[in-house]
Each structure stands twice: as C-alpha cells, then as structure tokens.
Design a protein around this ligand. Structure first.
Ligand code: 6R9
Length: 647
C-alpha cells in the first residue's frame, strides 16, 4: 500500500445533465433488492433456452444463480444478433500489430464471426471436443483467439486461456491441472514489431514432462516455419472439410451453473488458483455491467485495450461486449508501436466512443506527452474506463482532459478475476466523479471496510475490503480445491467475502481502493505473486534463497525487486543478475522479470527463521528501516541498502 494510493483529489465532477437524461443506468436501480435487480437484468438482457425458476440459491460460500435455466454463451454473443437482423453489423474491427492502416486489418461482422466460430467448433468436434471436454488456449490478440473461445462456449467445452506472454511451462501446468486434451495456439505472435515463438514455447512446456494434451491446433498468424509433429494440426487444415453453416453445429444448451471457463490467477502462496466461472450468472453479470457502466448504445464503438489472457479480456473484450451486440476494436499490438500515436489513430479511424484501459497504459501516454493524442480527432469519445490498479488522481485528470476532451467521464472500475465482473464503479450520468476513487457499489451490492478483528470501520479509517452479498458472476470456487477457496476468501470473516484489498471510505461514503494487502504484486495491472517469482528463482542451480518485494514505480504502478543469496556463499555479478532475471522471464513470463535484483550474503531473518518481508519492502522502496534488532544479522540489510542506492 503506497502513500500515493488512496489519495482522492478534492475536485469533483458532477454528471453532465444531457448524459443523465439518456443514460442506461437509472438511479432507482440502487433502490432495488439484490434478487429483483438481477432478475430484471437477466430477463431483459439474456436469451434463455429455458427460463430459470430460482434467481439465487445462496449457501455461503457457494452461490447458484438462475437455477433451472439453460442458455449458451456463444448463442448470446453471436447467433442471436444474426437472427435479429444484425448479421452485417461489425462485431470486431481487428487491428493488427502494425496498426490500423495495415492491409491485414479486418472488419468482422457478426455473420462472419458466426461462420468462423461454427467452422472452428466443427473442427474441434473432430478432435473429440464437446460438452464438458476442457480446452486450453494459448494465443495473443488475434480474432482467432476470440473465435476459439466462442467455439468452445458453443460446444459447451470449458476453456482455459493462458496469457500469451506466459511461458510454455505455465501453459503445460494449467492444461495439465484442468486435464485439457486439446490446446489451441498460433504459429507465432507479433507484438510491437517483434515476433514471439508461441508454438515453440507451447511445445517446450508440453515436452517438459507428462501432459494431458494430445492435440495442438495451430492458427497461422505469421505463416512462419514452425516445427509440426504428430500431435499438431494447423487450424485451417482441420477446418478444410467442415461446414460453417450454424445449423450444422447448434449451440449446446448449458445449465446456468455449467462451467464456462477456468482462469488461473496468482495467489499469495502455492500454485496458481483455478478460478471457476459458470455460464448464466457470469454472462448476466458481464452483459449488465458492460451495458450500464459504459452506457453502451446501438451505435457505440467500444475498445477495451486489455488482453484476452486476463479476466478483463474475457469479460470486457469477449463476453460482455459481444453479448451486448456492440461493435468493438480488437487490437493486437502494444501502445507506442509503430508510432506513439497509434492508439489515437485507431480512435479516430473507427470513431471509438468508449475506451477502457489501465492506469499503466495511461501513464505511458503521459510520459510520451499529450501531443500524440492532439494530432487526432478524439471527439467521438463519450466514456472512459480504468481498471487493474488504483488510478492516481493526476493520471485520472490527464485521461479526462487529454483523451476525454474534458468531457468524457472516467469510470474507475474495481473488480477481480474472482468477482467475474465490475463490482465497484461510478455510473455515467448518476455519480459525481471523484478522481482516485472507484466510489460506489454496483446496484444490488454492498461492501464494508473492516479491521482485522471484524469491526466495520468508518470514514478515513483504512482497513480490509469485504463484500457482504453474493453477485451473479462470482467465482464458483477454486478448481478442485474447496479448502483453499474457503481459506483464502471466506475464513478471515465468517459472513463476508475477503477481497485481499485495502480500502477506506471518505467523508461522503465513497470508497478508495489502496492496493493489495497480501503478497500479490500488481505490475502494470497484472497480478504476480511474490511466491511464484521466489519459486522460479530458487529453481536456478546457483540460487540458495530468494525473497521478492514490490516497490512503487512511476510507470508500472509496482515493480518487482528480488533479493537473492547464492549457494556456497558465492558473490553475484551483473552477468548473473541478467541470467537470473531472464530465468524468471522464461519460467513465468516477461511480466514477472524482476526490475531489480539484489544479491545478499543472507536474507534478513528473524530468530525464528522468518524472512522479514516488511524490511525487504522498506529496502526496495529506499525507506528508513526502523527496528532491525530482531534480525539474526543486522549487517545484511546495510549491504542490501547500498546496492539499492547504487542502482
Ligand atoms: C480486473 C482485474 C484484481 C486486483 C484487485 C485490486 C486491483 C483492479 C482496480 C484495482 C484499485 C481499481 N484492482 N481494479 N485496484 N482500483 N479500479 O484487474 O482483475 O487481475 O484479478 O486483479 O487488481 O488489487 O484485487 P485481477
């Protein structure tokens, strides 16, 4: 928790009266009861094959929503729009890595999407994929990744998407855990002009030990020459003899509580947690929040600049916007390539009306200066969104002014992989905005800030954020680990969901989020557990012990600092630093590569043998150390401090 976080600005922004008149969200929604609100939303927004008979069965810590109902997520995202005469509407403006002027840019209509999904679903069926057969997806931001997810949903096959920048080892671990027999990937990926060996990485992971994966389906992105073995098949070859007629591959009716997907996320200890999401509640939650928070209209052009490998991509690139039948931008690239104004070129070219991104991305744009945005007409933008980490008030103000033309309201949305959809957010046309604060619970919800003993805290008293009611998109547990689910989220307080975030109310009852309170770091809005990085480091033959802390970083929010002691009391040098940083990148992914690595003769330990993490954090931040008298050897920290100072 940093001092900068949790500081809201004093200036506030009342809603524009024009927007209030036409906004999808209505103030009365806040007055509705939990079940009444969600019942109304589920009936209005979702096409059910069979109606549900019970809105909610709450048996803490497990919820069942829309019990007895059947539906299909792909039908809601694709087929129903085609049936409703919107087949020619663009679903995805797919912008490749080299930007919107690239000859590879594609405008994919809902009908095109339907044909592509049906063809791929039929291809997957040839490999034995069907209802309940899990599929791994290891791809980057290309339309085929969306196609693959929807094809799985169409068949009732749960997917697990592994972030495309993760290592092959991470892919294999996740696929094996869920017992996927099929993995879908792409030959190579393009990001910021560089190619990334997706298929080769996947192979490395799968060949690293026994695996459940029997077939690897490879979409061609670059057409590069990649090794293909007995296990492998190109997606186009798999689909060469299949039908793309939707009647030849109907959407499988799924029970509201059937598994839609699993997404692995970092926990504070142990292996990644397989967060379970089911169909009816999740789809209702993402469709409703997407519609109300971003005030989606029939002619909206929406762009969420996240990655499909994270929950934000699942909920607000794929399922929410497509279920709402909105036109979206799908961008393969990174901010700043091929030019620093590429984002704003995209906004101008497609007339983007809603932009949803992270504080980290906004901070990059701030660093490059507002002149890149000023070169383009951004006047179409009506609503802005932020997600992934606390947004500093200055960053909020810059976003509002330079991207939103001083008009577009910024929705600071708080939620988690586990929550499935947005839970804390202002609402356009209703909330008076306060930069630096996510402010209010979404209709139907309630939260509290509590101290460690369980007492509810009042204004300006920082504590733990808890949620006291269930919501439709909440996780249905951790895959095959009921005990860990209960311990992580439901044991700190007997009657509430413990989110793992610090928070406080201000004098107006608005909520400010203050960052994680566990050992999960947040680098560029991505959760990385210190434990995972430590485990990767100690796997290296030269490392005796490792501990990881986070420090504030002006660009990435937080940055990882690793403290390492070497075997045999050896001293490290710059070369080994690089080797170890790369080792972590290879084991987990580049995001987890420590920004700084510090060698130490020993790690600072208490006499009971516990690493003093508070101290490491102080050292990483360059702060005063306070009391070090409980350490076995206080000199080790002096040594570390010098190295931080020397950077
Ligand atoms: C959606 C997503 C969840 C963690 C969460 C919190 C942080 C997300 C935030 C925010 C402050 C916001 N977080 N949104 N903190 N303000 N608007 O990011 O999911 O990857 O699971 O991360 O991200 O710490 O607990 P996930």
């Amino acid at each position: 928790m940093s001092d900068q976080q949790g500081q809201a600005a004093t200036r506030t922004y009342p809603p524009d009266p024009e927007l209030s008149k036409s906004a999808n969200a209505r103030p009365e929604m806040k007055e509705q009861g939990l079940e009444e609100f969600w019942d109304e939303q589920a009936k209005q927004r979702i096409s059910w094959f069979e109606d549900y008979d019970t809105v909610l069965e709450w048996n803490q810590p497990y919820a069942k929503w829309f019990v007895g109902g059947t539906l299909n997520a792909c039908y809601n995202c694709v087929d129903r729009h085609v049936e409703n005469g919107k087949g020619d509407k663009v679903a995805l403006h797919a912008v490749p890595d080299d930007g919107p002027d690239s000859p590879d840019a594609q405008d994919i209509t809902f009908s095109d999407l339907q044909r592509r999904v049906v063809a791929f679903a039929n291809g997957l069926r040839k490999l034995g994929v069907g209802k309940g057969v899990p599929v791994g997806i290891y791809m980057q931001m290309i339309p085929d990744a969306v196609v693959a997810m929807l094809a799985c949903a169409r068949l009732g096959a749960p997917h697990t998407v592994v972030f495309g920048g993760f290592s092959g080892k991470a892919v294999a671990e996740r696929c094996n855990d869920l017992e996927c027999t099929v993995l879908v990937t792409q030959d190579e990926a393009l990001r910021g002009g560089k190619s990334f060996p997706q298929k080769v990485n996947a192979d490395e992971g799968l060949d690293g030990g026994p695996t459940s994966v029997e077939k690897v389906v490879v979409f061609r992105r670059t057409g590069g020459d990649v090794p293909m073995g007995d296990r492998d098949v190109y997606a186009d070859e798999l689909m060469s003899d299949v039908s793309d007629d939707p009647s030849e591959c109907p959407c499988e009716p799924m029970d509201a509580e059937d598994l839609l997907f699993l997404l692995y996320t970092s926990g504070s200890t142990g292996k990644p947690k397989g967060v379970v999401h089911t169909t009816g509640g999740y789809l209702t939650g993402v469709t409703t929040t997407h519609n109300l928070v971003f005030d989606v209209k029939e002619d909206s052009v929406y762009w969420c600049a996240a990655d499909i490998g994270w929950i934000t991509g699942h909920s607000y690139i794929v399922y929410g916007p497509l279920s709402n039948g909105v036109t979206s931008v799908l961008y393969e690239g990174v901010p700043g390539y091929p030019d620093k104004d590429v984002w704003w070129k995209i906004v101008e070219k497609y007339g983007v009306t809603i932009l949803y991104t992270s504080p980290t991305a906004i901070r990059s744009h701030i660093k490059w200066g507002p002149e890149h945005a000023q070169k383009h007409d951004l006047s179409t933008i009506r609503i802005l969104g932020s997600v992934g980490e606390p947004i500093n008030p200055e960053v909020w103000e810059w976003y509002h002014e330079h991207i939103g033309g001083g008009k577009a309201p910024v929705m600071d949305t708080w939620w988690q992989t586990e929550t499935g959809h947005i839970l804390i957010t202002p609402l356009p046309g209703i909330t008076t905005l306060k930069p630096g604060s996510a402010q209010q619970p979404f209709p139907g919800l309630e939260f509290e800030v509590r101290d460690d003993e369980g007492n509810a805290l009042g204004a300006n008293e920082p504590g733990n954020l808890v949620l006291t009611r269930p919501w439709p998109g909440m996780m249905r547990g951790l895959y095959k680990d009921d005990q860990r689910y209960r311990e992580t989220y439901w044991s700190k307080y007997s009657d509430a969901y413990f989110a793992g975030d610090g928070a406080k109310f201000d004098d107006d009852g608005d909520l400010q989020l203050m960052g994680r309170i566990d050992d999960v770091t947040n680098v560029s809005g991505h959760r990385i557990s210190t434990f995972e990085v430590e485990s990767a480091l100690v796997e290296h033959e030269k490392v005796a012990e490792a501990a990881v802390a986070a420090r504030r970083d002006p660009d990435t929010g937080q940055a990882i600092v690793a403290f390492v002691s070497l075997k045999g009391g050896n001293e490290g040098d710059d070369e080994l630093k690089q080797v170890l940083r790369e080792h972590v990148a290879k084991q987990i992914g580049k995001l987890a590569r420590p920004a700084e690595l510090i060698f130490a003769s020993d790690l600072p330990k208490t006499r009971s043998g516990k690493i003093m993490r508070r101290l490491l954090k102080n050292i990483a931040e360059g702060e005063e150390l306070g009391d070090t008298s409980t350490l076995v050897d206080p000199t080790v920290v002096e040594d570390m401090k010098k190295q931080v100072g020397a950077k």
